[in-house]
Design a protein around this ligand. Structure first.
Ligand code: ARG
Length: 470
């Protein structure tokens, strides 16, 4: 091993070693190398180089023949990487130098002209934006898939009654479909946040060179265009040092994870024997190594857990950027791993959550039984007093409270109190009140826009499906 290290360090690196007489120490190489993770930029790096070389040729900065050789070499490298036969070399530091060195092996002299009017600073910034842009597109698709899974379940359970909670105390009856639609809304906003992030990041750093621009007559609009960016970044210093697009991506990811974690927590609760609101099949439950009776919702717990990890990725990146002077500093090499980790975590969580939603079945009887406990139609009684007797709501609230207390003492439901008992509290109450005290009547009555009535839920599903496309 020592011999190999000595051999590797005995001659200076060929790419930037001109003014050096000795090679970096093995330790410096170790801390300096990013190829272990930035090889994930390989496709973007090649795409960026191809656009750059084409532009250089069109501007007469390199010859058409050089460009042809470069294009062919880069295509071959892309293929080698896709086929998994490319050897990534740590002594070549990063993806940019790995690709360029291989290009030299493949096509010779023309490879040495590729880096004209460019720096690794604008190169890496371009690769990163291209990568995050693709990541955003894949997250958007995953969010849409999750929304569709939720909508399908919401349809199945649009009339299934369950208790709705505030303070995790039974509050009013709702439908399970309505509850699921709340998440469709959250994930829809998440998607629009990612779309917004994409809009802001879609400017091209390429051509900013090291930090100050370049004396070569490059055409930045052309490369921006070829790479699908809206326009070139306007300031060369900003182009190479900005990473707010990555922070914004992780902010969007963090907020999405918050939503996933809330749903995950509800799944964990609903799967307990105490709630027993839903069942997951064996595909989404694990057993305990000691307690044979256990069925654990590990997937939901891991989503909840990975949420902290994604916040950590965002915090790592923000802390990295804080106080960093312009323009490029090597600190910025540390910007990638949090983004990769954040994306990988979010991505697996979205996929697993979608699978769990597809998999879950509601235990309608248990939901109904739970809704029958806790006087969930008390508000309906108060509303009846207001509507029918023109009573001020505060008085109605007080009378209803007295009736709830009476029912509680007797261990019965509100509708099980006799008319005489009710009239003992408020003489104007008639038998008609019983019609509003059932759970069905309660949910059916909540027809206000965005309310839980099954008719509203079905309309909301149709509307959501229409915006999502088929
Ligand atoms: N691997 C480097 C990074 O990820 C590429 C840019 C290097 N630039 C430099 N000036 N050394 O940030």
């Amino acid at each position: 091993l020592l011999a190999i290290v000595r051999a590797m360090t005995s001659s200076p690196s060929t790419i930037w070693g001109g003014r050096f007489s000795a090679s970096p120490s093995a330790l410096l190489q170790q801390i300096n190398a990013s190829i272990g993770f930035d090889k994930r930029f390989a496709a973007q790096d090649i795409q960026g180089s191809q656009a750059h070389a084409t532009m250089l040729a069109q501007q007469g900065i390199i010859t058409a023949a050089d460009n042809t050789a470069i294009q062919q070499g880069l295509s071959q490298i892309a293929q080698e990487i896709a086929d998994g036969v490319f050897t990534f070399d740590e002594s070549l530091e990063d993806i940019h130098m790995n690709v360029e060195t291989r290009l030299f092996t493949l096509v010779g002299e023309p490879a040495k002209r590729l880096h004209t009017a460019r720096s690794r600073n604008d190169q890496v910034a371009t690769d990163f934006r291209l990568w995050v842009r693709t990541a955003i597109e894949s997250v958007e698709e995953q969010l849409t898939r999750l929304q569709k899974a939720l909508l399908a379940k919401a349809e199945t359970y649009s009339e299934t009654i369950m208790p709705g909670f505030t303070h995790l105390q039974p509050a009013q009856p709702i439908t399970f479909g309505h509850h699921l639609l709340a998440y469709v809304e959250m994930f829809g906003r998440d998607k629009s946040r990612f779309q917004d992030c994409r809009k802001r990041l879609n400017e091209c750093p390429l051509g900013a060179a090291a930090l100050a621009g370049t004396p070569f007559p490059i055409d930045r609009n052309q490369t921006a265009n070829a790479l699908g960016f809206n326009n070139p970044c306007r300031n060369s210093l900003d182009a190479v040092s900005a990473r707010d697009f990555a922070a914004e991506f992780l902010s969007c990811a963090s907020i999405t994870m918050v939503h996933l974690s809330r749903f995950a927590e509800e799944i964990v609760l609903w799967c307990t024997p105490q709630f027993n609101f839903i069942s997951l099949s064996d595909a989404y439950t694990t057993g305990s190594s000691i307690m044979p009776q256990k069925r654990n919702p590990d997937a939901a717990e891991l989503i909840r857990g990975k949420t902290g990890r994604v916040f950590g990725d965002l915090t790592a990146l923000l802390t990295l950027m804080k106080g960093l002077p312009l323009a490029y500093s090597k600190d910025l090499q540390e910007d990638k791993e949090p983004v990769f980790d954040g994306y990988d975590s979010l991505s697996v969580c979205l996929a697993v959550m979608t699978g769990m939603v597809d998999d879950m079945t509601a235990n309608s009887e248990a939901m109904l039984a739970a809704a029958q406990k806790g006087y969930l139609t008390a508000t309906d009684l108060a509303d009846w007093l207001v509507r029918t007797l023109n009573m001020p709501f505060r008085d109605a609230h007080h009378i209803t409270g007295t009736l709830v207390k009476m029912a509680e003492t007797q261990g019965v439901q509100l509708h099980e109190l006799s008319l005489e008992q009710m009239q003992g509290v408020e003489p104007r109450i008639t038998a008609e009140v019983l019609s509003v005290l059932t759970l069905e009547a309660s949910v059916n009555s909540r027809q206000s826009l965005g309310g839980t009535a099954p008719t509203r839920v079905k309309q909301a599903i149709t509307a959501a499906l229409a915006t999502l496309g088929s």
